[in-house]
Structure formats: structure tokens, C-alpha cells
Design a protein around this ligand. Sequence first.
Ligand code: HAM
Length: 423
Amino acid sequence: MRHNTSMRYQAPRGTEDVLPGDSERRRRLEDTFLSLAGQYGYRELRTPVFEDTELFVRSAGETSDIVTKQMYTFLDKGDRSITLKPEGTAPAMRAVIQHNLCPQGTVARLSYVTPIFRYERPQKGRLRQAHQVGLECVGSASPRADVEVIEITARFYEALGLRPLVLLNSLGRDACRAAYRGAVLAHLADYLRGQDEDVRTRAEANPLRLLDSKDPEVHQALVGVPSIEKFWEDESRERHEAVLQGLGRAGVAYEVSQSLVRGLDYYTETVFEVQSDSIGAQSALCGGGRYDDLVAQMGGPSTPAVGVAMGIERALLTMEAEGIAWPEPRPDVFVVSLPGCEIPAEERARALRADGLSVLVDVDGRSFQAQLRQAGKSGARFAVILGEDEVAQGCATLRDLASGDQRSVPNADLSAAVRESRS
Ligand code: HAM
């Protein structure tokens, strides 16, 4: 009986299988990030895929979209409320506190590569399981720490072949934000009177979210809203200036954007994003900023910190849209055997791999011609051809699959011959 069940299962909505080709590009992107971050002294931290729900409610903000609408939360069999991590900063700070990674007076530099889970409406560049690479610089209140994080961010996109423009703003300190929230609410009072209760409650809980709204009606209502700059404390203004100067020294292109507010509640002062013009509505490539109160809010000692997370899918989409291609990996050699020489072919393949080459060999008894065709399709640079004569003489025919040139090479010299022509 024929079963045709294979089409029934699909990857869940908003998730992606990462297929060969894409997986190699991702690995290269992740390696590029981790080694760049390593050059600045950042060391990798890996935290669990799930945490206690409370951790995210307290850190991202009870009124944030992430907490109110997007968390994958469930009770485990021990009746604990568990949440798949919607972002990496709160787990990283939980680990910093738990393992005392940043004793007073020190700076901890942490990098990470992580999946994140957000129940959002999927569209291009927006997934329910997405992936980020990120950095957290913990323990320094200096604007030079802000600059370091933003500089690495810019260098990362440059390493991918992109030309990043950093948008940045300062949200000031507590008193500044409180006063500014009041000013925005007062400015929007007429507009909000016409809205339903849900919109009003959300706006009152955090009116700053409306500043980067994409709704044209909100845009209209915001015309003439005072800019946050007028509410900055002197320290915030000085930090902002120092960050801009530092970015200038680092050769990072930036633009100050007073409407940049970010969707997480833990930010204080510096916030920034890099956007892409080439991937549609989900244009934020990364987001980050300073969050000096978070560690204390989570029960740790008062610890200033600044960080960033960059979406992996959006970086890859932008590279694709801008025609930046990384070559796919190709095997060095396909070992092709004439009838009766399958076992010596297997041994040759093993010996070449032991010398560090990547080598394919037929495993299901195909004809000589079929193996040659496969060798061509595989993208291998060379075919190593073995017949009875070669086996008897301890050599092989090395064929360059691009030019068709071939010559006889003693077994002992094969790896070196492949390497020489490869470089
Ligand atoms: P975020 O802005 O929520 O910040 O996310 C950072 C980046 O992750 C976004 O700019 C985007 O590229 C990517 N991203 C987020 N959600 C999705 C999604 N559903 N689909 C595809 N990509 C997505 C944070 O997560 C903060 N933890 C950043 C941070 C680190 N702040 C301080 N340290």
C-alpha cells in the first residue's frame, strides 16, 4: 500500500528549515560575528532556550508588545510558567547575576548567537522563530562603551559587504522620560479622545511607543510634537555628544533620529538601530542601546550596561537583495572507480580526507560514467580515477574537472597535487 503522508507536515507557520546553502551562509555570518566580537574581547555566552516567564515580564516591560502579545508561554509539568526566550538580553543579565560574571569595578564583554521566539504575524523578514547575534557590554557607564558596541555593529555589517547607517537617539534618564511621556500624552490628547479604550490604555502606559508608529493617523497627530532633546538632563546631553564624537573617531556613519524609541522598556539614554532600504517593511536590521537599570531591576547589584542584537535572517535578506553572494562550499575531490575497484576507491577517499581534503565517493554501485557525471554535478574540483592498472601501480589519474586535463599521480603525492592546484 502506498502512503502519501509526506506532504501533510509543514514547518510551523513563521518558522523556517535552514537548508544546505543557507546553513553554510549562516555559519559564516555567525563565525564572522563571533570572531569580530572576539577581536574586541567579547566572549560567547549561551543561555537556555526557555526561562521563567517572570524574567521577561519584568525586563521587557509589562506593557510592551513582546510581553502582552508575543510570548510563547506555557506551564510545564511542574506547573511552572515557562517562556521561550523572545530576546537575549534578559537571559544574559540573569546569567551575569547568577554567576557573578561582572564583579563591581569590572567590565564583562559577552557575545551570543541565539534563536528568539515571538508570536508575530509572519511576513518577509518577520518570523516566529528568528535568530540573532548579539553583544552585551556590562559594567561600564562610559559613553566609550556605547561607542564600542555601535562600532562593532557597523564593522559587522561592513564585513558582510553592506554599508550601514546607524540611526541613534537618547531617551534620557528617568526624570526626562517621565516628563517627555507627559508632553507626548498632552500633545496627543485630542487624538486619543477619539480612540477606543484599548489604544488609550496602551498609549497612557507608554506614549513613547507611538512615536515610531507606522499609522498615518498617528503620524498626523504627532505633527509638532516636541522633541525629546529638550527634556534631556545635562548628563544625557553630554553622553550623547560624546557618543557622536566617538562614532566620528571610529569612522561610523550615523544620523540622529529623534523618533527612534525602541520596543523594549529597559532602555535608558542611548538607543540605536541600523535599517535596510532593500528588504521591505521589516527594515530594522538590528537594535540596541544602554540599559543601566535592568540588572538592578532583576535583583542584581546596580550595573550599567549597553548592548545590541542583530537579526540574522534580515542580514541575509539584505545581502541577497544587494547581490552579495558567498561561494557555496565545494568538495575538493570525487573519487571515481572502475568496476572492481570500489574498495581501493574507498581507501583512497579515506586517505585524502585524513590529509584534510573534502572528498566524495560513490556509495551505491553506480557505473563509471554515472560516477563521472555525479562528480561534475557535485562541484568537485578534481576527479581521482581508479582502475585496476592504477591500483596495481599505487597511483591514480587526477582529472581537473573544469579543464578536463588529466595526469597520473602516485598515491603519496595526490593530496599535495590537489592542494597545489587549489591554491
Ligand atoms: P529587538 O529590536 O527586539 O532588540 O531585536 C533586534 C533585531 O532582531 C531586530 O532589529 C531584528 O533584526 C531581529 N528580530 C527581532 N524580532 C524578529 C522577528 N520576529 N523576525 C525576524 N527578525 C527579528 C532586542 O532583541 C534586544 N535584546 C537588543 C539589545 C541587546 N538591546 C540591548 N542589548
